[in-house]
Design a protein around this ligand. Sequence first.
Ligand code: ATP
Ligand code: MG
Length: 448
Amino acid sequence: MSLEKISVPAHISEVIQRLEEKGFEAWCVGGCVRDSLLGNSPHDWDLTTAALPQEIKACFPEFGTVDTGIRHGTVTLLLPEGPVEITTFRVDGGYRDNRHPELVRFSMNLREDLSRRDFTINAMAYEEKKGLADPFHGREDLEHKLLRCVGDPRRRFSEDALRILRALRFASRLGFSIEEETRKAAWMERKRMQALSQERICSEIKGLLCGAYASQVLRENREILFEVLPELIPMVSCTQENPFHCFTVWEHTLHVLDASPRDFVVRMAALLHDCGKPACKTIGENGVAHFYGHPKESAAQAAKILERLRCSKKESEEILELVRAHGQELPFTPGRVKKLLNRLGETQLSRLFFLLRADLSGQPSSLWEERSRWILEGERMAGEILEQRECFSLKDLAVNGRDLLQLGFPGDRRLGEALSRLLGAVQEGELPNEKEVLLAKAEELLRL
Ligand code: ATP
Ligand code: MG
């Protein structure tokens, strides 16, 4: 790790220079310093300065600004290269509702500003001439891959319980460990997360699940996750005494999560796909466990969770669709793949294949070879159907509602039913997708 890695973009350098010429100290701060030191390119550059919001604005009369959080000292400067957030040095006053500082006090002191930040690795500032400001030894923690609160961790988590989930999110993204005192404090203060808004919880869970180290972080901190998703608790003790499984539902879920692509919809579906299993468990003959109907039960519980988290409607529907569909019978047939394409669409079906493959990796390895071949065959079938433009939906069917009306079908439920019977027969390959053949079949149906 070296400071040479910090190459500040020209436009950011110019903003800092301008502030300094006007007599205000200014620094790059937080995520951009952390990511640069890690050798990753920052997605944005936040600045911190001694200038007050009005003073910041006065330094840049030629650019527009947005009062992003002017009471808290944040002004967004609209540069041609993109927006830049500039925040006045500040310290946070008392906190209410475990989240929002009651008041903020502007400060003339960088160290004070850094001391209000959550983790040492996020509490570093950099200025090209002055170098790195690192009063809390964030650089050392970066080297040791450690997340450590700035100051007393219990106090910091009780001030703002969102930091608990932020710790998990950064650990999952960066593959860092949570330093022991910080981890203990997060666990002890976890109940305070009850006061957080569900939207904030959702966005942190999203970041957490999409990190490269999500399963490891959840394995080590499951009680923290369970504080915000208590519906998952029964998975931990739910054993699966059958030939298709070798783990508890929770451990299986972590394996599936690990093997899923880092797409929120698939990862959330992975986390929730078996959450209904504990409620469906029955023990059959010879002590074999069954989980009949669990995809439906999992989807019902997942729907409650996603609604509570105020997850977007589109994502919720996509996640639930995958949860409902994950219990696919293998091997696939072309007819079933066509039905899936019709029901889910191409994008969702490819997500389902990802989920099925991930699901397999949480099962005994003796099943892998055959089942992964079956999944691959399903994927190949879908590719072929799409490539050959074979009919799998009503819009590709060689007859439509108007044709059936002309045959004399009443314009009611029967017409819809006849169309789906015809589509089903074409999907299954029982009838060719040809107008005359389908009209003849429709006439037959009309006479029934
Ligand atoms: P990301 O790459 O996820 O944006 P980031 O470190 O930039 O990472 P932000 O949420 O954008 O994270 O916050 C910017 C900085 O503000 C952080 O680096 C940290 O110093 C500080 N910060 C953000 N949220 C908190 C919080 N809840 N408590 C204390 N400091 C915080
Ligand atoms: Mg940021």
